[in-house]
Design a protein around this ligand. Structure first.
Ligand code: SF4
Length: 421
């Protein structure tokens, strides 16, 4: 029988957990199985999960089909009724070695027994599973899971449970392991990263963790932070932004909207001016800082004027990498019960945001021509700068290594680099 096939949908946290599941499945000796690690952030994500399951079932006849991840956690029946599916595993169960031992030799059984999904809100600990590798040259490290907030549009807390932190010592150990394996860059990831530490003794903050990692792992070349809530950034993190050159000058902000009334209806913790003030301060401390952001288009009750406030935020915060999400009502969330906008309006606003995002990226790319950058090579002809900007090389470069490059040009989505001779 063949080794298990893994498919990962969704976020970096899922990508990290897939690496952990690969190791758990291998130690349990699991064979002849397909594992799909799903996402539930939008209805579209759930549709894609079902599509992926059907495709992989066709490609792997006779293999057991195991579905896990946030969509499996929030709507297990949706997958249990699919004839292709053998087991539906919860987000906590997927990280337990015992689960993989029981999966070793599955028999075809009835729908209900297929479901192994516990109440995720009862989970208090993060699964301190240390991984030894990552299927790419940038390693994601989970430092936090779950979320205590309840933004009105978001289903994630119901898929991931309440916020819980990985102790700093475990995180440092994990990163040392990856650096010993030759990883030049590590990305701290979680669901609500800025709440890291709130459940640990003495309630340390994310900035304390960043400073501790950089102090205790001097051989780590590049530390990156994935998505953060700018209103929850602590003073130690601002200090690290200002003083630590190994902390990458790139922050992805969970902004969601640029209008105060919409932010209130989303139950976000910040207002428009807070976001602008944060970007100005971070850029004052670190002039080469680059921002990415998540913005939702067409949130219920959003008027033209409110949407214009989101559109103007791109320039007001000087955002470069825009992730645009057309609003998608998630069953069970308060926003799904609010008066919805028409589909074409949502689509048009998403297109206008994306258009403005592309222009912002173009401005950034052109501004880099003639500069030189340290680029982490991810595949023979492609890498990323410290600001996370994509660079293409004409000639193959050493994968996993950081090379110095002159920026000779730019095209629609990336820079053209020439490595130093
Ligand atoms: S902070 Fe809000 S958007 Fe983010 S995971 Fe928590 S509830 Fe969802």
């Amino acid at each position: 029988m063949s080794a298990p096939v893994f498919s990962t949908l969704g976020c970096r946290l899922n990508a990290y957990e897939t690496e952990a599941m690969k190791e758990l499945a291998a130690s349990a000796g699991l064979q002849g199985a397909v594992i799909v690690n799903t996402c539930a952030v939008t209805a579209e994500a759930v549709r894609k999960a079902k599509q992926e399951i059907r495709k992989l079932a066709r490609e792997n006849p006779g293999a057991a089909m195991i579905v896990t991840g946030c969509a499996a956690q929030t709507e297990p029946e949706t997958f249990a009724v699919m004839p292709e599916v053998t087991r539906v595993i919860g987000n906590s169960e997927k990280m337990q070695a015992e689960t993989w031992r029981t999966l070793r030799a599955p028999d075809l059984i009835g729908v209900t027994e297929k479901i192994m999904v516990d109440d995720i809100m009862s989970v208090k600990e993060t699964a301190g599973h240390l991984i030894d590798g990552f299927g790419r040259h940038r390693a994601y490290v989970q430092v936090q899971n779950g979320c205590d907030h309840r933004c009105t549009f978001c289903i994630i807390p119901y898929g991931r449970g309440n916020s819980r932190s990985v102790p700093a010592g475990v995180v440092v150990e994990q990163i040392k392991r990856l650096v010993d394996k030759g990883f030049a860059e590590v990305v701290l990831t979680g669901v609500d990263l800025t709440s890291w530490g709130a459940d640990l003794p003495a309630a340390p903050r994310l900035g304390d963790l960043v400073l501790r990692i950089l102090r205790l792992v001097p051989d780590l070349a590049r530390l990156r932070i994935s998505s953060i809530d700018s209103i929850e950034v602590d003073p130690a993190l601002m200090q690290a932004i200002a003083t630590e050159s190994r902390l990458m000058p790139h922050l992805h902000l969970s902004l969601q909207a640029g209008d105060d009334m919409i932010l209130k209806r989303m139950k976000r913790r910040h207002l428009r001016d807070n976001a602008i003030a944060f970007c100005e301060e971070a850029r004052r401390l670190r002039p080469d800082m680059i921002f990415g952001a998540d913005i939702i288009a067409g949130f219920p009750t959003e008027t033209d004027a409110m949407f214009d406030n989101s559109l103007r935020l791109i320039a007001d915060c000087d955002l470069t990498f825009l992730h645009v999400f057309p609003f998608s009502p998630r069953k069970g969330t308060p926003a799904a019960r609010m008066p919805q906008l028409q589909g074409p309006v949502i689509k048009d606003r998403a297109a206008r945001l994306r258009g403005a995002g592309e222009q912002a990226l173009q401005r950034h790319l052109i501004s880099q021509i003639g500069q030189s950058h340290r680029v982490l090579v991810e595949s023979a002809n492609m890498g990323r700068t410290e600001q996370f900007t994509e660079v293409r090389f004409e000639t193959p470069q050493p994968e996993g290594r950081i090379v110095q490059a002159n920026i000779a040009g730019a095209d629609r989505a990336h820079l053209v680099g020439e490595p130093f001779a």
